[in-house]
Design a protein around this ligand. Structure first.
Ligand code: GLN
Length: 492
């Protein structure tokens, strides 16, 4: 098997045994990027030169017998909202098209210290607002399983890169589903950790009470390995929680007999594609065969989640994005008439349509006179949604559900209909509102060959249980590691 096709776990073991070098793995990944990324377009910036230097120093680290980690020498890609010194960080926006941060995000620092090789920066919806990566100011990314379809979003570059083997694993961010939904569309594993588990320092903010960084990988074991490197307390993020990071990888194989799994009826309602439903129901039967106990449960406020999210997320975004005014950094419009005109023109030219729509919605929701009716009410409903989960988790360890009501949709299908795009987040958003950890694991394909994802949700900080159940499911289901057939450039 080509090195670029291997899982992180396998490469880690082979690197440790000295069977391969990081330089070989990294060269293989860059060959793959050269062959397929022109078509897939997962990358916004490719850093071959930097990666080869990092690969050499990882090999050196092993040669000298210095301490290594599971990601030492492994080529990993980053969603382009994670700040990186030396690499542009555009957030998918014209506003930050030439922005080069002065500092690394904490997750990037952790990866660098762990000896990872950074391949480059991955495409995304502008400011992480979207579900298809069509809102990138630069280019659309293709779904590796069907080039006429979107990879999902907003971390579409991160999931398409893993699916097309142009990175061994990547990091994405999930505010309302942006890791799990594109992972399900691209047939890879995507995990959103508990709010507070991973530092957000250096993550360009969209909605700060919801944003969380997480791994996108080929397998559940890879997600466990990558999460162990990025998780943990960081004094630079006041919302990061100071609890120990368990050995996620070491505990994967403990059995799941007797674990209680709830199936929420609201997640299997109208609008759910029959093929998605069948695949998820089959997944439940397989988990039952492994000894898990199933119960029907209810999350009665699910219907209000999309409305609640689109008030809170837009309100927070309108405040977070106020800093892009053409003064401090980023894009500034030219030939303007005074300060106010400079602000207005900069923001009119620098932001795309979806970002403007969200800023306007959020500003409206926060404005005097409407604050109580919208923002405060949404906060109250958020509490009700969180309580729904608390009640189910009083008697259950895990909740199982689909990730998205449908498989990947076609380019252009939803882009002119924001409401239908927003509604596709209905099964992922409640998890963010409640701050819970959740994962998307491949659970089969539609008849036309599109991947389907199974979502598992756990109690706060129960990533260990979440990954364990996901790992057992993955072993039984056997979908992990499947690759689409991609047309590569002819080799002479
Ligand atoms: N699709 C959702 C939105 O557009 C979620 C985005 C995200 O998680 N960053 O807001």
């Amino acid at each position: 098997m080509e090195l670029y096709n291997c899982s992180l776990e396998e490469l880690w073991q082979r690197l440790e045994k000295g069977e391969v070098s990081s330089l070989e793995v990294t060269r293989s990944v860059f060959k793959r990027i050269a062959d397929v990324d022109e078509t897939i377009a997962a990358y916004l910036e490719i850093d071959e030169k930097g990666a080869l230097i990092q690969a050499e120093s990882a090999d050196e680290r092993r040669r000298k017998g210095d301490a290594t980690t599971p990601v030492t020498g492994i080529p990993l890609g980053l969603k382009d909202l994670l700040s990186t010194v030396g690499l542009k960080t555009t957030c998918g926006s014209k506003m930050l098209a030439d922005y080069r941060p002065e500092y690394d995000a904490t997750v990037v620092t952790r990866l660098r210290e762990a000896g990872a090789v950074i391949t480059g920066k991955l495409n995304m919806d502008e400011f992480a607002m979207g579900s298809s990566t069509e809102n990138s100011a630069f280019k659309p990314t293709c779904n590796p399983w069907d080039s006429g379809r979107v990879p999902g979003g907003s971390s579409g570059g991160s999931t398409a890169a893993v699916a097309s083997a142009t990175a061994i694993a990547t990091l994405g961010s999930d505010t309302g589903g942006s890791i799990r939904q594109p992972a399900s569309f691209c047939g890879v594993v995507g995990m959103k950790p508990t709010y507070g588990r991973v530092s957000r320092y250096g993550l360009i903010a969209f909605a700060s009470s919801l944003d969380q960084i997480g791994p996108v990988t080929l397998t559940v074991a890879d997600a466990a390995l990558l999460l162990s490197v990025i998780a943990g307390h960081d004094e630079r993020d006041s919302t990061s929680v100071n609890t120990p990071v368990p050995d996620y990888y070491g505990n994967l194989k403990q059995d799941i007999k007797g674990l209680k799994i709830g199936v929420p009826k609201e997640y299997f309602g109208a609008g759910l594609d029959p093929e998605v439903e069948a695949a998820v129901r089959l997944g439940c039967r397989q988990l039952a065969d492994a000894g898990a106990q199933f119960a029907d449960v209810s999350l009665p406020h699910t219907d209000y989640a999309v409305a609640t999210y689109y008030l809170l997320a837009t309100a927070e975004a309108s405040s977070n994005l106020a800093r892009y005014d053409g003064v401090k950094y980023g894009f500034r419009a030219e030939n303007t008439d005074g300060l106010l005109d400079m602000y207005r023109t900069t923001r009119a030219q620098g932001f795309g349509d979806e970002v403007k729509r969200r800023i306007m919605l959020g500003t409206y929701a926060l404005s005097a006179g409407y604050y109580d009716a919208y923002y405060r009410k949404a906060q109250q409903v958020r509490t009700l949604i969180t309580r729904d989960f608390d009640e189910v988790f009083a008697d259950n360890d895990i909740i199982v559900a689909p990730v998205c009501p449908t498989p990947a949709f076609a380019f252009g299908e939803k882009i002119d209909d924001p409401l239908s795009m927003y509604l596709s987040d209905i099964l992922t958003i409640p998890v963010n509102l409640a701050g819970l950890p959740a994962i998307s694991v491949p659970c089969g394909f539609t008849k036309s060959g599109l991947p389907i994802g199974l979502q598992l949700i756990a109690k706060p900080f129960a990533e260990e249980t979440l990954l364990r159940v996901a790992w057992h499911y993955e072993q039984m289901a056997g979908w992990a590691g499947r690759r689409p057939e991609l047309v590569t450039k002819a080799v002479n």
